[in-house]
Design a protein around this ligand. Structure first.
Ligand code: NAD
Length: 419
């Protein structure tokens, strides 16, 4: 059953629902069903053992109606065309809901980055960049990190793109290292945005951080920062997990110790982590814990028709892209579990990417305090707008977010006209 799950169909159904509430005719939003451009590429890499391996990848631009396409590059064995299309579309609506002047794009390479040496990964990244170079650029499409990629990969992408152009083009990708045109605060931006979202949600519910427990699935860039910042804000982080499984302690785990362990060696996994009073649980058990806030921060399709009935959290805040299927969404709603959608909750990364791009183009540099303050303003404003429209129209926060986003994209398209 789950094998048939197609995240792009999921996106289209949510968009249809929002368009119908907005009173749009099919023709008003038909363009949103079709990505503007899709490119499939292959990259031959000479591996360290001398063998040749050909990797495949994609770059999809879902929309450039409101500005250049914007979206990350994923290195993961399960990357596929429909997933990249869905991720690109989510970027269109994410940029629209926080009102930054971008469309949506996404890239992916089918590979297991954990099994590649640095040299192999560099070679793959440089070739992938060269293959998608005709589509990308500061005014066309600006990649960034996603699952399996990081600032180092972005530096390699910027280097390759710059070599093709004959001069340094810092603004061609975001999420770069600080010394190469990166922005202070970018590596923490998505998790910081998730933290602002959790706080905004709980303050609407009149709940205090100190009385609230949290479980975070995924301890990568997004999950680890989310856990760290929520802990700092006084939440009790009862459980966290990675691909190897999770750890749990009812009174709260020592987040700093867990992060220190994970940072010690990139190959460290939670399955081998030991701390007094901490028990090991599976990822499915983590999702079903009796906590106040569940933060899925790993991959798509984690909360689905097979487990939505067993979710016991009061609130779900989607730090990952697409962690909840449409069927699960309906089940959670019926069960009174409030969910803040990905396009709002995890928008912090693209917001600070936008600041980085602006900085690169203007050749200036903001302080980290300024970055974090401007991020907070945008996240708070977007949360308030989504909360208000959802209550006004008596719809879920996901539908509320899409009402705002779809309207912004459709009105921009109408303004430009179709000839
Ligand atoms: P990452 O590669 O840094 O980390 C992914 C984490 O998920 C790792 O801890 C990994 O062990 C874990 N994981 C992988 N497979 C899993 C599984 N089957 N079950 C449980 N855990 C699993 O990735 P990231 O950048 O933190 O991205 C996580 C999610 O957040 C993705 O959905 C991504 O698209 C989304 N996102 C990322 C950013 C960003 O700025 N990096 C921005 C917005 C949204």
């Amino acid at each position: 059953m789950q094998d048939l799950y197609n995240p792009y169909d999921n996106v289209l159904k949510v968009v249809d629902n929002a368009a119908s509430i907005l009173g749009y005719e099919e023709n008003d939003y038909a363009t949103l069903r079709y990505p503007e451009r899709e490119l499939k590429v292959s990259m031959p890499v000479v591996m360290d053992d001398g063998s040749l391996k050909v990797f495949e990848g994609f770059r999809v631009q879902h929309s450039t109606v409101r500005g250049p396409a914007k979206g990350g590059v994923r290195f993961h064995p399960a990357v596929n065309h429909d997933e990249v299309k869905a991720l690109a579309a989510w970027m269109t609506f994410k940029c629209a809901v926080v009102n930054i002047p971008y469309g949506g794009g996404k890239g992916g390479v089918i590979c297991n980055p954990g099994e590649l040496s640095e040299r192999e990964k560099h070679s793959l990244t440089a070739k992938y960049t060269a293959q998608i170079a005709p589509l990308i650029g500061p005014e066309q499409d600006v990649p960034a990190p996603d699952v399996g990629t990081n600032a180092r990969v972005m530096a390699w992408m910027m280097d390759q793109y710059s070599m093709l152009k004959g001069h340094s083009v810092l603004s061609c990708v975001t999420g770069k290292p600080i010394g190469l045109g990166g922005i202070l605060g970018r590596s923490e931006a998505t998790g910081r945005g998730v933290m602002f979202t959790v706080k905004n949600l709980l303050s609407k519910q009149g709940r205090k951080a100190s009385e609230s427990t949290v479980a975070v699935q995924g301890m990568g860039n997004v999950g680890s920062v989310t856990a760290k910042l929520l802990h700092k804000e006084g939440f009790k982080v009862a459980a966290v997990s990675d691909v190897s499984g999770g750890i749990y302690r009812e009174d709260g785990i020592d987040v700093a110790a867990v992060l220190a362990y994970l940072n010690e060696n990139p190959k460290n996994l939670l399955a081998d982590y030991h701390e007094d009073g901490v028990s090991h649980i599976s990822n499915s058990e983590l999702l079903e814990l009796d906590v106040d806030v569940l933060v899925p921060a790993a991959l798509e399709n984690q909360i689905n028709a097979s487990n939505a009935d067993r979710i016991r959290a009061r609130y779900v805040v989607e730090a990952a892209n697409g962690p909840t299927t449409l069927e699960a969404d309906e089940i959670l709603q019926k069960r009174g579990i409030m969910l803040v959608p990905d396009i709002l909750a995890n928008a912090g990364g693209v917001v600070v990417s936008y600041f980085e791009w602006v900085q690169n183009i203007q050749e200036l540099c903001w302080s980290e305090d300024r970055v974090n303050e401007e991020l907070k303003t945008i996240m708070d404003t977007a949360f308030e707008a989504v909360w208000s429209i959802a209550h006004e129209k008596d719809v879920t926060l996901r539908t509320g977010a899409y009402l705002i986003a779809v309207q912004r994209v459709v009105e921009a398209q109408k303004g430009r006209g179709i000839f």
